[in-house]
Design a protein around this ligand. Structure first.
Ligand code: GLA
Length: 722
């Protein structure tokens, strides 16, 4: 791994990836981002031709234009007409001309104040800091690029320092930008809606823009803050691809712009419509951190590079390999309708079947009898629980299980004591009526008083009670932004709100490191890398239907690790889809994530309870393979929409999951070629005892057989034998 400057070239290169930039007259150009190149000699130089119709800085040289060069940063007004990575409102215009001044190589990963940043062990990461200054203004721009040992992912962010003596406004300050050569590209994104999160979408990129983003105040159910550019021929196991991701949970934008030369600019950052950051002289502003990943070995390799990076450098280190407890959550079992007896009956059954964690969901506090009221009144409802919360916690702990609790710190109900005391704590435009979602309002975390109040309140809750797990929910998006004292103050509110939310997340997770936090936002409404820096687990969707989950879990694990994904078996007919699937199918699908249950175990027959007990016992034997193993896709759902398959490999063991949605007749079963095996070894399937050679599983494949009927799955466990 090295970061160095050789003549005018900056190299960041390890054994996976290289970023090469060139400085010419202070301008910075991107010469390469991709496979590892330790010695570069302009083999891919752009052909210098007359671009008379593009702007040229010198009248006598029409071959050079900012319009046609691959840039390191996109600036406004000097001839680069693509989307900018930096746009600053200053004096009476937006034109900047940042030029290189100096560089530094720093050890480790710089931490962005107030925002989630990656981490690395000593000696694992190095950072190149490029310092630029505008040619006429005392405006400084620092670009940070961090390279990690053995990783195909680099991270970057930019920092603007204002020394102009005047206040300026940042209109755009992206986290990453990449200019790539012309090619036939597809763009991949993850789209969806509430209950239908992270749907893989691949489409051809043509001249013009492809853009995704969020204006919801959260990353949202609809679009994931990530964009992948793949060669048209790239598939799971071959071909090159680039991914940009951002560690941010608020309004974001990601785009691919194919310009008049058919070259592509990729960008990702805070959504420029919601930044408007006022920067007084002497102040600085840092963008969130972005991830840039490259592979030439196909989309499975891209997934692996992203997942490994997240485990090693984003997720709280204590949790990235820590096996997750099998839980039962009472939400779909009882909704708001519970009391001590009902809950303890579920706890008893859960203990019988071997479940390890009981989670008490919404409805335990204040007058929270339904979702119309009491958010904000975080006082235990002892009359509903028939006594103090500690009695229930002790009951659970006495049965050898852990105890978890649901909270929703960012929200408030109008019908609450807190709202009556502090109506001004809500995000709102004074004088206008509120806009509600799930009958609730959003607290203004840009107000430090609000952050301080909840630090104390939830700090006290976690100190007072022996809580092992927290499900942190966030059930609505932001509207009616208007609490600022001036328009410019108000325009800064979405980002300032998020800084306040991150402050609370950082405080609680650092103060109570033994508590496993699971993030939830009406399911996957904020399933992003900003949140994952604090919370190592996500409830990826409120949709618990096993068939819908196939696509959702496929989408989540495309870039994020399996161990970050909660997956529950729920009752049938399914509460969201009204679909009935076999208990085996529900179990198999949930077992490809962190297994949990979310149904009333007391309603199950003895046979069903026995089946649940078997699932739990089986999962305990395969848990390290699923949670710590490498998940590899075996089928591309774009080509096989009725069939889903993936495998998990860990040490000498392998799990193969297969699911067929609808039954088919007169059609051969699929034979799947397994991956990441030793061709010279033998593998034994654990339930049938059958032995196969690694070579035949790789080259001939394994035929998938499931019972006749719709919604069938299989989960096979192989062990390598000597
Ligand atoms: C959201 C969550 C659910 C549940 C409810 C409780 O919808 O996604 O899992 O916790 O809130 O109100």
């Amino acid at each position: 791994m090295k970061i160095c400057k050789a003549e005018n070239l900056f190299y960041l290169v390890n054994d996976q990836v290289a970023l090469i930039m060139e400085e010419k007259e202070g301008r910075l150009f991107l010469r390469h981002f991709g496979g590892p190149i330790a010695s570069y000699h302009h083999a891919n130089a752009m052909h210098e031709m007359d671009h008379a119709f593009s702007p040229n800085p010198r009248p006598e040289d029409r071959t050079f234009s900012m319009d046609t060069q691959r840039q390191v940063l996109g600036q406004v007004g000097r001839g680069d007409f693509r989307k900018p990575s930096i746009r600053i409102n200053h004096t009476n215009n937006q034109v900047t001309d940042f030029r290189y001044v100096d560089y530094q190589v720093l050890d480790g990963v710089p931490q962005v104040v107030g925002l989630p940043s990656p981490h690395a062990k000593e000696g694992q990461a190095q950072t190149l800091k490029l310092q630029l200054k505008d040619t006429i203004l005392d405006l400084y721009l620092n670009l940070y690029y961090t390279l990690y040992e053995g990783s195909a992912t680099l991270t970057c962010f930019q920092e603007v320092v204002n020394q102009t003596g005047e206040t300026i406004e940042l209109a755009t300050c992206l986290s990453a930008m990449l200019d790539l050569p012309a090619g036939a590209y597809d763009v991949i994104s993850f789209q969806g809606a509430y209950g239908r999160e992270k749907r893989f979408q691949r489409q051809a990129l043509k001249q013009g823009y492809f853009e995704i983003g969020s204006s919801r105040g959260a990353s949202g159910h609809g679009q994931t803050p990530a964009i992948i550019l793949a060669d048209r021929l790239t598939q799971d196991d071959a071909g090159q691809a680039y991914a940009l991701q951002i560690m941010y949970s608020g309004n974001f934008q990601a785009f691919a712009q194919c310009n008049q030369l058919e070259e592509v600019r990729l960008g990702i950052g805070i959504h420029p419509d919601f930044l408007n950051w006022r920067l007084a002289s002497g102040e600085s502003f840092s963008s969130p951190v972005a991830l840039m990943t490259y592979t030439f070995q196909g989309l499975n390799a891209l997934s692996q590079a992203s997942q490994t990076f997240i485990l090693d450098h984003i997720m709280p280190p204590a949790y990235s390999q820590q096996l997750r407890p099998i839980l039962i959550n009472n939400w779909e079992a009882t909704y708001f309708d519970f009391n001590f007896d009902k809950l303890t009956q579920i706890v008893d059954k859960a203990q019988e079947v071997g479940i390890e964690l009981f989670v008490l969901d919404d409805g335990w506090f204040g007058d929270r009898q339904d979702d119309q009221r009491a958010l904000g009144d975080w006082v235990v409802n002892e009359s509903k629980l028939g006594g103090p919360l500690s009695r229930l916690i002790d009951y659970v702990h006495d049965r050898g299980m852990k105890f978890g609790l649901w909270i929703e710190p960012e929200m408030i109900s109008q019908e609450s004591d807190l709202y009556r005391q502090h109506p001004d704590w809500v995000i709102q435009v004074p004088g206008r009526s509120h806009t509600y979602a799930r009958s609730q309002l959003v607290l203004d975390y840009a107000n430090p008083e609000v952050v301080a109040y909840f630090k104390e309140l939830f700090g006290d809750l976690l100190s007072r009670y022996a809580i092992d797990y927290i499900k942190w929910d966030m059930n609505r998006n932001i509207t009616d932004v208007g609490n600022g004292t001036s328009l410019s103050d108000t325009l800064m509110q979405p980002h300032r709100h998020l800084l306040g939310v991150y402050d609370l997340m950082a405080y609680l997770t650092q103060t109570f490191p033994h508590v496993l936090f699971e993030s939830c936002a009406g399911g996957g409404g904020r399933n992003d890398l900003g949140v994952m820096r604090y919370f190592p687990q996500v409830w990826v969707s409120d949709n618990t239907d096993a068939i819908e989950r196939l696509a959702i879990q496929h989408g989540h694990t495309y870039l994020y690790p399996t161990i970050a994904m909660g997956a529950h078996v729920s009752a049938v007919p399914n509460h969201q889809m009204n679909r009935t699937t076999p208990l085996k199918t529900r179990g198999d699908v949930a077992m490809t994530g962190n297994l949990g249950y979310e149904l009333d175990l007391c309603q199950l027959s003895d046979e069903e309870l026995e089946q649940v007990a078997q699932q739990v016992a089986f999962y305990k034997t395969i848990r390290p393979i699923i949670q710590r193993g490498q998940r590899t896709r075996l089928l591309d759902p774009e080509l096989f929409s009725n069939d889903w398959a993936c495998q998990f490999s860990y040490q000498d063991q392998l799990i193969v999951f297969y699911g067929r949605v609808l039954s088919t007749l007169e059609k051969s079963e699929l034979t799947l070629k397994l991956k990441n095996l030793d061709p010279h070894a033998f593998y034994q399937e654990q339930s049938s005892g059958k032995i196969y050679s690694g070579a035949e599983l790789i080259y001939a494949g394994l035929t998938m057989v499931v019972p006749r009927g719709d919604f069938q799955t299989s989960l096979q466990h192989f062990k390598k034998i000597q």
